[in-house]
Design a protein around this ligand. Structure first.
Ligand SMILES: *Cc1c(COP(=O)(O)O)cnc(C)c1O
Ligand code: SF4
Length: 450
């Protein structure tokens, strides 16, 4: 049974961590890392994660601990020492924030203007909260869904997306989404993402989803919700005050003839162990929701084929569909979590070989890169040259999908940008595209991590 206090959501942060008995299980150097690294990277967890998911006997190697608690090695030693000494000197909050901001800029070199360039236009005006990169699918970022029940230390999105969680704003945003969809009948899927949209109360989520069920929006066949709540707060679907309302809402969407897919961010089989997580899965499935699983492959967390094979096997048994394995993207404490592409491919392949065909609905490892979702389909030798065989699962130009292409093998490459075309070619085919009749909306990639 769950401890009673685990049933009510409470954010655990740097400032209240010591009120929890589990904090005493942290060795001094790990407690210090929370204070120091937690100034720079997000730290937020909750009683369920620290009581039910983290196995404290395995700390610091426990995968969920590594995923949620800031670790010393996530910062460059010089940066770590700077923040540590500022704290030791009792430096002002302003000095600490300035230093944290300086370090963040170095970790997360977003090209200037990315947040504004990504936004599509309607009647010449930018539409807030929407991204439209691949023809069939629009991403929707409701302002009220831009935090999470706990933060993954590898995620860098939360500080940029903190929104205004009020009903009127959600309603206006949702009206704009509906107007955009009416102007774009080619869109069949809406992917509601964040942050984590399941942080929203059901009443707010209803404001987001209901307008999509309008009779003249029959084009919207699938509504997906990207979420880590099954892992970090399954109570959302079981014991929260509006859990039942949430399931009723999903039932209504399904009854309106739309496919409801919960895109569950599932990093490790430990997340599927607790009874309440299983109950949440059962209840969601009972409400007609399809659950698909996706997550990045991360060093220190799930860089082991058996972990993935078990995740997919367990998922299939519980009625979920393995969907994507992602490559960790080029941001945040990437050095800590990064794996070379060759290693990602090996982990994927070994895991894929260990599951039955029902688990092989998964695709990956895939990079959500600038031109599209690029899958490492294989490593091979062609005409004496060692190459990565690559394939686009999604393309900024839909015609790019499914065209195999080749990069020179490089054991250290960890992202598409590190790769060079094979066979002495000057560029990849998408670097110099033939002009398409209808150019896709020009938008850089954004990680879909939830
Ligand atoms: C991954 C992704 C989608 C969804 O792609 P599917 O292959 O349909 O799952 C949509 N938009 C963006 C920007 C994405 O990265
Ligand atoms: S990776 Fe997903 S669940 Fe984790 S903090 Fe980022 S948005 Fe939230």
């Amino acid at each position: 049974m769950q401890a009673a206090e685990s049933q009510r959501y409470r954010a655990i942060t740097r400032s209240n961590l010591d009120r929890w008995p589990e904090a005493r299980l942290l060795a001094p150097e790990h407690r210090e890392a929370v204070d120091v690294v937690g100034r720079v990277l997000p730290f937020r967890t909750n009683p369920y994660v620290i009581r039910e998911l983290i196995d404290w006997r395995r700390v610091p190697d426990d995968p969920i601990f590594r995923l949620v608690f800031p670790q010393r090695e996530m910062l460059h030693p010089v940066d770590y020492e700077r923040v540590r000494s500022l704290l030791a000197e009792g430096a002002s909050g302003a000095a600490l924030s300035a230093e944290a901001e300086r370090i963040r800029r170095g970790l997360n070199p977003h090209p200037a203007g990315q947040l504004t360039d990504n936004v599509p236009r309607l009647d010449g005006r930018p539409v807030a909260g929407i991204q439209h990169k691949y023809r069939e699918t629009v991403l929707f970022f409701p302002a009220a869904g831009q935090t999470c029940h706990a933060y993954c230390t590898y995620c860098f999105r939360w500080p940029q997306f903190v929104g205004r969680p009020d009903l009127r704003f959600a309603a206006r945003q949702s009206d704009e989404l509906a107007a955009y969809l009416r102007a774009h009948p080619e869109v069949t899927d809406v992917l509601v993402t964040g942050g984590d949209p399941m942080i929203m109360k059901t009443a707010l989520l209803r404001r987001v989803l209901e307008p999509l069920l309008a009779a003249d929006l029959g084009q919207v066949q699938s509504i997906r919700i990207g979420t880590k709540s099954l892992a970090y707060w399954p109570q959302r679907f079981v014991t929260d005050a509006d859990a039942d309302d949430c399931l009723r809402l999903f039932e209504e969407v399904a009854a309106a003839g739309r496919h409801v897919a919960l895109m569950a961010h599932a990093s490790h089989p430990a997340e599927l162990e607790p009874a309440i997580a299983r109950r949440a899965i059962e209840r969601l499935r009972g409400a007609g929701v399809e659950i698909r699983m996706q997550a990045p492959v991360l060093r220190h967390v799930n860089d082991d084929p058996e972990v993935w094979a078990e995740l997919w096997r367990t998922g299939v048994r519980l009625g979920m569909v393995p969907y994507y394995m992602f490559v960790e993207r080029d941001t945040g404490p990437r050095g800590y979590f990064e794996l070379p592409l060759a290693r990602c491919h090996r982990i994927f392949t070994r895991a894929y070989r260990r599951v039955s065909g029902l688990g092989r609905t998964v695709r990956g490892p895939s990079m959500s890169a600038q031109p599209g979702k690029v899958r490492i389909a294989g490593i091979s030798t062609v005409a004496g040259e060692r190459v990565f065989v690559l394939e686009m699962l999604q393309g900024r130009d839909p015609d790019w999908v499914g065209r195999p292409f080749f990069a020179r093998f490089d054991p250290d490459a960890a992202w598409l940008d590190d790769l060079e075309p094979a066979f002495g070619e000057e560029r990849f085919f998408f670097d110099d595209p033939e002009p398409a009749d209808e150019p896709a909306a020009p938008m850089p990639a954004l990680a879909i991590v939830s």
